[in-house]
Write a protein that binds this ligand. Structure first.
Ligand code: NAP
Ligand code: MG
Length: 500
């Protein structure tokens, strides 16, 4: 289904949707063995959407066994890379044919604006599967420079059974960031979506099967983190877990690995990304546009959210006035309305957490310039106005902790050293933006900031060709996207031959 971004068409398509609510294991939909389900709701109105199979350890075990069988059979793992490419390209075509449906699923379950899902999330999801598919038969192994008596091959092999545990903020896209490289390199996957957003992942597995991904190669086990997520982390026959989510839960996966089979762990975690604006920034209207996008896109529920605006004191008031004026124009409301820029926050507890941070900002003495309130309460949904705090001190909670909501903290500096020190004054290191007209300053500061992606004169995470991941407590041992993602889903093997 392709979606016309017109209110009537969107509503009609939303009422026609049919949800897949069971686990997808070994090429089939199955209920949880306990028969239990959990409710997923629409954050735009707080009403239940569907009952989803609540997978637990026995279901995860069943999925891991299916994944292992598939891996050992060679139906995928030993297939020619060019054939894996062909099937994954067909998977991408299937996603494209159902793009409107997938966009609606993410909008309904995550409260994300339909315009974002339809023009960014789902197109990026499709492009991601395509990019990794196309790379599948373009990677060469190595021959090492031995003497003439030997031949040493250095080859890459799939790791085996890969557990993927993902968050709710970009449900389809986060699945694609893992599935693309994990499947392209020949692994079998057990994917545990976030309990708040299971629908698009389940549908993606069905579409993959229709495209020819063999049974057992891609399994989806919806369920709660404590049960299904932990079971993936502790399973003795899972070779690797690729996790995206909070730093706190990421830490648990290192523990699970240590206490089970030393499975490989890749973590993509939280952030508190700085946007540093120097006095020579070329055009403050452009900067304000990026700064507002960085702070409020996806309701600030974005790991690389530019939640700290660090501005040279000479231009601070001028820039902040532009930021506030622009943020006021971002329409907050029904995620199904194509004009909406900020939809609903994911769930009531998260809404309360974000409002708690806003209260802490006020209590700790920051100056509230814009927003700060829950709105549209009568809808039953979880909406918060774009919120801007000025005069934020470096020790305040809103300057240090990941809020994951539409809250921007403004701080100021007077020297480059001070700017870099403020930018780096965080346990996180996922992304950063710097704005300057001086190319030397741009390079100097880009190198000095400890973050996985530094953008200059824009807010960007790069594209599929660039690795994405964090320094410090924003990540561990890996990167999503690009060819570097392929490496992490492979084992390095040496085959040493004595020639006679
Ligand atoms: P989360 O609470 O850490 O959850 C992530 C995943 O882990 C979910 O599937 C979750 O299941 C599962 N989980 C929770 N507790 C678990 C446990 N004890 N054992 C095993 N698994 C467990 O994160 P979230 O709230 O969904 O997402 C927001 C976070 O993701 C933010 O910190 C954000 O910065 C980060 N993020 C990072 C990136 C990146 O690329 N670096 C991208 C997007 C988001 P449940 O859903 O049942 O809790
Ligand atoms: Mg959670």
């Amino acid at each position: 289904m392709n979606l016309q971004l017109k209110p009537k068409a969107i509503r009609a398509a939303a009422t026609r949707l049919r949800f897949r609510t069971r686990a997808f294991i070994d090429g089939q939909f199955v209920s949880a063995q306990s028969g239990r389900t959990f409710t997923t709701e629409n954050p735009a109105n707080g009403r239940p959407l569907a009952q989803i199979a609540a997978c637990e350890a026995p279901d995860v075990d069943r999925a891991v066994k299916a994944a292992r069988r598939a891996f050992e059979s060679g139906s995928w793992s030993r297939r020619k890379p060019a054939e894996r490419k062909r099937i994954l390209l067909a998977f991408a075509d299937q996603l494209e044919a159902h793009a409107g449906e997938l966009a609606l699923l993410d909008t309904l379950e995550a409260g994300k604006p339909i315009a974002d899902c339809a023009t960014m999330d789902i197109p990026d999801t499709i492009a991601c599967i395509r990019w990794h598919a196309e790379a599948a038969d373009k990677l060469y192994d190595h021959v090492s420079p031995t003497g003439p008596e030997n031949l040493a091959l250095i080859v890459r092999e799939p790791v085996g059974v890969v557990g993927c545990v993902i968050p709710w903020n970009f449900p389809a896209q986060m699945a694609a960031w893992k599935l693309g490289p994990a499947l392209a390199t020949g692994n079998s996957v057990v994917l545990k979506p976030a309990e708040l957003t299971s629908l698009s992942a389940i549908r993606m597995a069905e579409l993959a099967a229709e495209a020819g991904v063999p049974p057992g190669v891609l399994n989806v086990v919806p369920g709660l983190g404590e049960t299904a997520g932990q079971a993936v982390g502790r399973h003795p026959d899972v070779d690797m877990v690729a996790f995206t989510g909070s730093t706190e839960v990421g830490r648990s996966f290192l523990k699970y690995a240590a206490e089970s089979n030393l499975k490989r762990i890749i973590l993509e975690c939280g952030g508190k990304s700085p946007q540093v604006v120097f006095a020579d920034a070329p055009d403050l209207d452009t900067v304000a546009g990026h700064a507002v996008g960085a702070a409020f896109w996806n309701m600030g529920e974005n790991c690389s959210c530019g939640s700290r605006l660090i501005v040279h004191q000479k231009i601070k008031d001028k820039l902040v006035a532009k930021v506030v004026a622009l943020a006021k124009t971002w329409k907050v409301g029904d995620p199904l309305d194509p004009q909406t820029r900020l939809g609903a926050l994911i769930e009531r507890p998260h809404l309360e957490k974000v409002l708690g941070y806003i209260e802490s900002g006020k209590a700790e003495g920051a100056r509230l310039l814009l927003g700060g309130r829950r709105i549209l309460e009568e809808s039953g949904g979880y909406y918060v106005e774009p919120t801007v705090f000025d005069r934020v001190g470096g020790r305040m909670r809103i300057a240090r902790e990941e809020i994951f909501g539409p809250v921007l903290s403004v701080m100021s500096f007077s020297t480059d050293e001070e700017a870099v020190a403020l930018a780096n004054d965080t346990n996180y290191g996922l992304a950063a933006s710097i704005y300057t007209g001086d190319v030397n300053r741009a390079h100097r500061v880009a190198r000095a900031i400890r973050a996985g992606t530094v953008s200059v004169n824009c807010f960007s995470e790069g594209d599929l060709t660039t690795p994405f991941g964090g320094f410090k407590q924003s990540g561990f041992a890996g990167r999503d996207k690009s060819i570097w993602a392929h490496e992490q889903y492979t084992e390095l093997k040496t085959v040493w031959m004595q020639l006679t």
